[in-house]
Design a protein around this ligand. Sequence first.
Ligand code: GTP
Ligand code: MG
Length: 201
Amino acid sequence: MEIKQAEFVSSVTDVKQLKGKPLPEFAFIGRSNVGKSSLINMLTNRKTLAKVSGTPGKTQTINHFIINGAWYLVDLPGYGFASVSKDTHQTFGKIIDNYIRESEKLFFVFVLIDIRLEPQKIDLSFLEWGGTNEIPLGIIFTKADKLSAAKVNRHVDRYSQELLKRWDELPPIFVTSSTQKKGRDEVLSFIEKALPRVTKK
Ligand code: GTP
Ligand code: MG
């Protein structure tokens, strides 16, 4: 997919504040500092569309960007400040919880995971929670430039094994690096293929 247009639309804390066209939303979520904003800039080929920061917790709102007039890319706040608990409000934050449950246009959630880390409880619980809420999910591993190619493969395998303990099949998995622009075509083609299915609904 060629990105002809990528524009900031709105920054809200509640789905009810959302206005605008009824276009499908592809959201990006993950632990704070995992590289969501960097990935969004890499995908859209814009250096400063989403704000990048070395300090965790930079993105604290639901940010919509319109892409090619056809779909919304949504940057969500990072989760993972609070410890894992049964209360999703506490675990993932009220903003995320409400958005996932109530957005009518949410079509797909990419869960970003730092390729360097062992499977983390909070990411696994998010995947599980998304699954039980019937949200279509995919995994985007970030910061692949920080590991050797062999280690990248090993870590993807390790994660897949962990997921297969709970799931019958694996979700779509992407390996990316924002600094090296790795994985851009794969993620964008996935969205491009998914779009006609949503738009026809
Ligand atoms: P919050 O908005 O705070 O939740 O963070 P975020 O997930 O949006 O992360 P952000 O894109 O701001 O990046 C966090 C830090 O990781 C920054 O210092 C980035 O430069 C760095 N970073 C992000 N992606 C990559 C990557 O692919 N490779 C490397 N080496 N560093 C990255
Ligand atoms: Mg961010």
